[in-house]
Design a protein around this ligand. Structure first.
Ligand SMILES: O=C(O)CCC(=O)C(=O)O
Ligand SMILES: [Fe+2]
Length: 328
């Protein structure tokens, strides 16, 4: 079922992919190979590649394309859509965030966060269709995420809806789709001393789906603490465990640090490439009480909303509080 590539398994989601909309959920026996492969990846690596997931890859391309059109707008136009503290929707300029606050230099990336159930201003005037294209993909990602959460629950020998019942449709939650743009570096560009595209971090929520393009750079830490390349694999989605899921499962599933470097070969190329990714951060409902699912009481119960706020406050308590803006 799962080929091991670069330590991160490739898992075939075919039997439960969105292309199987009509067939309905399979029984646990039919799902056995899939659930055990996902369980192994979540307990040993915290990352996996998913193939045959059924997300419309043309839709992913459409979202990349409208996003790129937005990122190519003048800076002063983009800033009209800037994300402000306390509202995670909107544009984040280059070098504003430092996902690893230990690094001095800001991340060389721009982003647009889409969190549909909070107040928002879409750039429809400049980029007609932005909202529809983004929301079409958002809804597909949400649906696939629920299936992945079911497979994870079955792998843990829990009720199939053990996680999904805390991710109810249209409820207030931190779920966010984030379009990322790492601009092509100017010729002879020399990054600041410790500058990267996206600093070392783990994600905050339940799970993340990540659509990479074919420009590499994503690295994931392995058990020995070495970063290894999570090379883009055509047609796959990278799925990883977030910190809240690690806590929820009493550290049975692991959330793993990752980063995006500027690939060395990129710096030597005359024609430098932009990297574009789309991340879909899944969070439980804000009012969902997250209690260790094995009954171990390893961590105190906390609502998903409070957990997110706590992570937000923590990030404001560090030495780089002014530049640390992420709230996933
Ligand atoms: O751009 C990427 O491929 C990774 C981005 C990421 O890890 C994040 O935004 O949390
Ligand atoms: Fe991440």
């Amino acid at each position: 079922m799962a080929d091991d590539t670069f330590g991160i398994p490739i898992i075939d989601f075919g039997i439960y992919g969105l292309q199987n909309d009509e067939s309905g959920p399979l029984n646990d026996g039919q799902m056995h190979d899939l659930t055990s492969a996902v369980y192994r990846a979540c307990t040993e690596v915290g990352f996996l590649y998913l193939k045959n997931h059924g997300i419309d890859l043309q839709q992913v391309e459409k979202v990349r394309s409208v996003s790129k059109a937005f990122f190519l707008l003048p800076e002063e136009t983009k800033k009209r859509y800037a994300r402000v503290d306390g509202n995670n929707f909107g544009y984040i300029a280059k070098e504003v965030e430092r996902l690893n606050p230990e690094r001095e230099a800001g991340d060389l990336k721009e982003a647009f966060n889409i969190s549909p159930n909070i107040a928002k201003k879409w750039p429809e005037e400049e980029i007609p269709g932005f909202k529809d294209e983004a929301m079409t993909l958002f809804n597909q990602c949400n649906k696939l995420s629920m299936r992945i959460l079911e497979v994870m629950a079955i792998g843990l020998k829990l009720d199939r809806d053990a996680f999904t019942k805390y991710h109810t449709p249209n409820n207030i939650c931190g779920t966010t789709m984030r379009s990322l743009y790492y601009n092509p570096l100017p010729e002879d560009f020399i990054p600041k001393a410790d500058q990267v595209r996206c600093g070392e971090h783990s994600d905050y929520g339940s799970i993340t789906l990540l659509f990479q393009d074919d420009v590499g750079g994503l690295e994931v830490v392995d058990r020995s603490g070495q970063y290894m390349a999570a090379t883009p694999i055509d047609g796959t989605i990278v799925v990883n465990i977030g910190d809240l899921m690690q806590r929820w499962t009493s550290d049975t599933f692991i959330s793993t640090k990752h980063r995006v470097l500027i690939p060395k070969e990129e710096l030597h190329k005359k024609e430098k490439m932009a990297r574009q990714s789309i991340a879909f951060f899944v969070h439980p409902d804000d009012d969902a009480m997250i209690t260790c699912i094995d009954g171990s009481e390893k961590y105190e119960p906390i609502t998903a909303g409070d957990y997110l706020q706590m992570r937000f406050r923590d990030s404001y308590g560090d030495k780089n509080k002014q530049s640390r803006e992420t709230w996933k």
